[in-house]
Write a protein that binds this ligand. Structure first.
Ligand code: TRP
Length: 320
C-alpha cells in the first residue's frame, strides 16, 4: 500500500463508525455502511427478488393510487424525495403530477452519487416538464438545502426506510423532515406492515443469497476502505423476527472463533464462535404505530392506501 493510499484510508468517512461499532459490546455496525456503490447495486438486486415483496407491492400501490395521492397533496407541488436512489417508483408520481401541472421541480436526495446519476439519466429523457435538482447528501443536509424553497412541497419517503430507525428515533427523523416543511405541506410515507413470519423471513433471507451478500458487503467494504482482513466465508447472514418489538433483526454471525485485523484503524477484533454482530432492524408497522411516529414528528395522518393483502401501506400526512 502506498503512503497516499494509507492517508486515504486514515480519513475514510467510515473509520469512526467502524471503530466504535467493533469495539463496543455487543458489536454492531450501523446500516448506513451498507450503501456504498457496491451495496446500492446489491440493494437494487434485492428489490427484484421474488421474496422481497416490499418494493413491488409499494410500486403497485403507487401505480394504482398515485393520482389520488397527488390530488390530496395539493396544487403546484414541488417534489422532494428522501433516499431517492434511482427513483424508479417515483416515475408514477411524476407522471401524475405532470397531468396536473406543466412543470415539476424534483429534488431527489441521496447519499449515493452513482444512484442519483442513474436517476438523472433515466428520468431526463422521459419527462420534458421535469426539472431535476439532485442533492448528494444525507437527509439532514439535503433537507436544509430544500427548506429555503417557498412553494408547496410533497416529500416522498418511500421504501419503509423509516422502519430502519428505532420508533423514538423515527419520530425524531420525521420531526426534522417536518422542520424543512411548512404547515400544509404533504409527506407521503411508505411503511411495511406486520404479517406472517413465513412471508417476512424469506424477504430478508432469500434463496439466492443476495441479501446475505448485501449484509456481508459491510465486511467487504471494511476490507476495501480500511484494509480489513474479514473472511466473508467465516460469517453467516442471519435474519430473525422479533414479534415483541415488531421488527426483523439482521446480524452477521461469526462461524468460528477468529481475530480480524483492520489495518487503517490499528485494530485487532476478536469474535467468539457464534457471536452475532447486529447490522440492521426493520420495524413492521400497524396503523396505530404509524400514526404514533407521525404524530411525534408533527404530522397529522390524513389517508392511507394499501394493497389487497395489506402487506404494505402508503400514508399521506400533513405538516401541522
Ligand atoms: N430498508 C430495507 C428494509 O428494511 C433495507 C433492507 C432490505 C435490508 N433487506 C435488507 C437491510 C437486508 C439489511 C439486510 O427492508
Amino acid at each position: 500500500m502506498s503512503a497516499y493510499e494509507r492517508a486515504e484510508r486514515a480519513v475514510s468517512p467510515i473509520a469512526e463508525d467502524v471503530l466504535s461499532g467493533l469495539t463496543r459490546t455487543p458489536k454492531a455496525l450501523p446500516p448506513k455502511l451498507f450503501y456504498d456503490a457496491e451495496g446500492s447495486q446489491l440493494f437494487e438486486l434485492i428489490t427484484e427478488l421474488p421474496e422481497y415483496y416490499l418494493t413491488r407491492t409499494e410500486a403497485s400501490i403507487l401505480e394504482q393510487f398515485a393520482g389520488e395521492m397527488v390530488e390530496a397533496a395539493g396544487d403546484e407541488i414541488t417534489l422532494v424525495e428522501l433516499g431517492a436512489g434511482t427513483a424508479t417508483k417515483t416515475r408514477t408520481v411524476i407522471r401524475e403530477l405532470l397531468k396536473r401541472q406543466r412543470r415539476v421541480n424534483f429534488y431527489p436526495i441521496d447519499v449515493s452519487r452513482s444512484a442519483l446519476e442513474d436517476a438523472a439519466r433515466s428520468l431526463n429523457g422521459d419527462f420534458p416538464g421535469l426539472a431535476l435538482h439532485p442533492v448528494v447528501a444525507d437527509y439532514c443536509a439535503g433537507l436544509e438545502e430544500i427548506a429555503k424553497s417557498a412553494s408547496r412541497k410533497l416529500v416522498l419517503y418511500l421504501g419503509s426506510s423509516i422502519g430502519n430507525f428505532e420508533p423514538m428515533q423515527a419520530g425524531a427523523v420525521l420531526h426534522s423532515v417536518r422542520n424543512s416543511m411548512r404547515p400544509g405541506d404533504a409527506l407521503l410515507l411508505g411503511t411495511d406492515l406486520v404479517k406472517s413470519e413465513k412471508v417476512l423471513i424469506p424477504a430478508y433471507d432469500d434463496a439466492q443469497g443476495v441479501t446475505a451478500r448485501f449484509n456481508k458487503n459491510i465486511l467487504a467494504r471494511i476490507n476495501r476502505e480500511l484494509g480489513g482482513d474479514f473472511d466473508l466465508e467465516a460469517f453467516k447472514h442471519v435474519a430473525v423476527w422479533n414479534p415483541k418489538s415488531s421488527r426483523i433483526e439482521i446480524y452477521l454471525e461469526s462461524l468460528r472463533e477468529q481475530v480480524v485485523i483492520i489495518e487503517a484503524l490499528g485494530l485487532r477484533v476478536h469474535f467468539g464462535g457464534g457471536e452475532r454482530m447486529h447490522t440492521e432492524n426493520s420495524y413492521k408497522f400497524t396503523p396505530h404505530t404509524v400514526r404514533s411516529i407521525l404524530n411525534m414528528g408533527g404530522f397529522e395522518m390524513e389517508r392511507s392506501w394499501t394493497d389487497r393483502r395489506e402487506w404494505f401501506a402508503l400514508h399521506l400526512a400533513r405538516a401541522r
